[in-house]
Structure formats: structure tokens, C-alpha cells
Design a protein around this ligand. Structure first.
Ligand code: SD4
Length: 319
């Protein structure tokens, strides 16, 4: 892409000139796989992904294997087994996956299946559809060999019963609430990209609520020519701005992965106002191996495996 001067409007509407780098033309380090995942549980997910990537596995296998670790972790109350239930006590799961050929699969409002990411992959590989939801997704999962299990752990049930005492429909999250969806983006030794996103969604949400995580282009998006992006946080805000697609499109226009994540977060702040207490975080992985991240509030972390090291980083938030 040619060097161009862009004018980027900041949160307060102040136009800030920025000179965009030729990020997308940068040479990536060949045979050097990369994985970036949201939150501290991204560390364990990355470890599983690395095993796949270091053995010349595909980015697609890597992200699936990685987030399965989080889905199976009963202690993690935001993903898969042990996820916090909705307001009626049901654990309902959302997930999506996308490969380097632009294929995508997703499941929404899926119950009783520990690994929604693998069901999403089956949707991608075995059907002509992108998304299955609810009872149909469950039926499809069972027909494809997944077994049903109760995903509500004692710990999550206790939290829900506590919450029920106040009987508030808590449909927004403050900055200090737990919300740890895992989104994982990988680049394999061939340079191909893939992404996966899986969650139990907003705790104590209305029964039937589906968030951004299974929506291709909202919770996660991959364009193998440009890069990949993924989200965590209040899904409604991500959906309303087509967040992950926006990040990738900005990268296509010449924004670095970092600039694209920051701009996507700023779009939300522009909509929600400077006083928003809500949290959204983005991660991005450029085709050139560059990475990006941004969040509205403090506390967001990402785990990065690059050049043989897996490390956890704090994100400096916009607020
Ligand atoms: C959702 N985006 O359901 C998800 C929740 C999340 O970290 O990301 N939590 O809105």
C-alpha cells in the first residue's frame, strides 16, 4: 500500500493527523508462529496452540486446541464449563471460528456442550451455513458426536443464587466486573491466519441473549491477506460497531494493528460517551506479524506467544 496521510478523528472530535506506516508490507519473520489471546487464561490457551504450531500444525487447529483448554477449565467462569449462567440459571454458550480461506462457523445460545468452538468448526466444515443457534445447534452437536453435560458448576450456581437474591437484571458490566471471553488469533509457520472466540457471555443476561462472540465480524474476524482481530467485553457495543471487522478493515486501509484497535475502541467511546464505565478490549494480529491491542477501561490483558516466548501483558487503557 502507498504511504498516505490520514486524518483520524479522536474521541473528543479533535482531528489528529497521523502518518501511517507501511505496516502491511513489512516482512514477517518466516517459520515463526505467533499466537495472541485475551486475558490471563490466554497463557494456558497459547501453550496448547504453540504445541500445534511448533509441529507445523495449522493456525486453525492451533486456535481451536488453545481455546478448548479455557472451555474445559471449570474455574474459569466466563467460558465453557463453569461459565456463569443467565438470569434463569442456564449456561448458554457462544463461539465462532474462522480460517485463512475465509471459511467461518459459529454457534449461539448453545447449551450443555462443553466445547462450542469445536461445534462451530463442525458447522464450518460440514454445512453450508455459518451459524447454528439454540436447540438446532445442540441437535447438530449431538448428531456429530458431542455429548451433553451439565455445565453449571457449584461455584457458578452459588454466584447466581446470590445474584438472584437482589433479583436485578444486570445487563451492563462495570469496569471491575469479571468478563473474560477468550479470543485467540494465530499465525502458523506458513504465514496463514485463523481465529477463535468462545464465551458463556454476559453473566445473568436475559435468557436468549446472544452477544458478539459468535458473530463473524463482531467477536472475531480473519482476512488472510490483511490480518485478524478479536474482541472481549460488552458484546452489544462490539456488535453495534462491527468491531473486529472494523479493526481488520482499518488495517487494510493502512492503519497499524495498534492504531486500528485504538480507533475501534474510540468509535465505541464516541457512541457511548466519555463517561462510559463499560469495557471492550480488542486484540489484532497483522499478516506481517505485527500485533495490536486496546481497551476502554483498565484491567485488560493479553497473552502473546512470539519469538519463542509466551508472556502476559497489561494493556494501557484509553481511560
Ligand atoms: C459477550 N463479549 O457475550 C462477550 C462477553 C465477553 O469477556 O467478552 N467477556 O458480550
Amino acid at each position: 500500500m502507498k504511504r498516505r496521510n490520514f486524518i483520524k478523528a479522536g474521541v473528543a472530535g479533535i482531528a489528529t493527523p497521523i502518518f501511517l506506516s507501511e505496516n502491511n508490507n513489512m516482512k514477517r519473520n518466516k517459520n515463526n508462529p505467533i499466537v495472541i489471546s485475551t486475558w490471563n487464561h490466554g497463557m494456558a490457551a497459547n501453550e496448547a496452540s504453540i504445541k500445534v504450531l511448533e509441529q507445523n500444525g495449522s493456525a486453525l487447529d492451533a486456535v481451536e486446541q488453545g481455546v478448548r483448554v479455557t472451555e474445559a477449565d471449570a474455574e474459569n467462569q466466563s467460558v465453557g464449563l463453569g461459565g456463569r449462567p443467565d438470569s434463569e440459571g442456564n449456561v448458554t454458550l457462544d463461539a465462532c471460528i474462522m480460517d485463512s480461506n475465509g471459511n467461518a462457523g459459529s454457534v449461539g445460545f448453545l447449551q450443555n456442550i462443553k466445547h462450542p468452538i469445536s461445534v462451530a468448526r463442525k458447522v464450518m466444515e460440514k454445512t453450508n451455513h455459518v451459524m447454528l443457534a439454540g436447540k438446532g445447534a445442540l441437535k447438530f452437536a449431538i448428531e456429530n458426536g458431542f455429548s451433553e453435560e451439565d455445565l453449571l458448576t457449584e461455584k457458578s450456581k452459588k454466584g447466581w443464587l446470590e445474584w438472584k437474591k437482589d433479583n436485578n437484571i444486570k445487563d451492563t458490566w462495570g469496569p471491575n466486573d469479571d468478563h473474560d471471553t477468550i479470543t485467540s488469533l494465530a499465525q502458523d509457520k506458513d504465514g496463514n491466519l485463523a481465529g477463535a472466540c468462545t464465551t458463556s457471555g454476559l453473566a445473568y443476561k436475559l435468557h436468549g441473549r446472544v452477544g458478539d462472540s459468535p458473530i463473524i465480524g463482531a467477536g472475531m474476524y480473519v482476512d488472510n491477506e490483511i490480518g485478524a482481530a478479536g474482541a472481549t467485553g460488552v458484546g452489544e457495543l462490539v456488535m453495534k460497531t462491527c468491531g473486529s471487522f472494523l479493526v481488520v478493515e482499518l488495517m487494510r486501509q493502512g492503519f497499524s494493528a495498534m492504531e486500528a484497535c485504538t480507533e475501534a475502541v474510540n468509535r465505541i467511546i464516541k457512541q457511548e460517551g466519555n463517561k462510559t464505565k463499560l469495557q471492550v478490549g480488542y486484540i489484532a494480529l497483522g499478516k506481517d506479524g505485527s500485533i495490536g491491542y486496546a481497551s476502554i477501561q483498565k484491567g485488560f490483558q493479553y497473552a502473546l506467544y512470539k519469538n519463542g516466548n509466551n508472556k502476559l501483558f497489561d494493556v494501557k487503557s484509553i481511560f
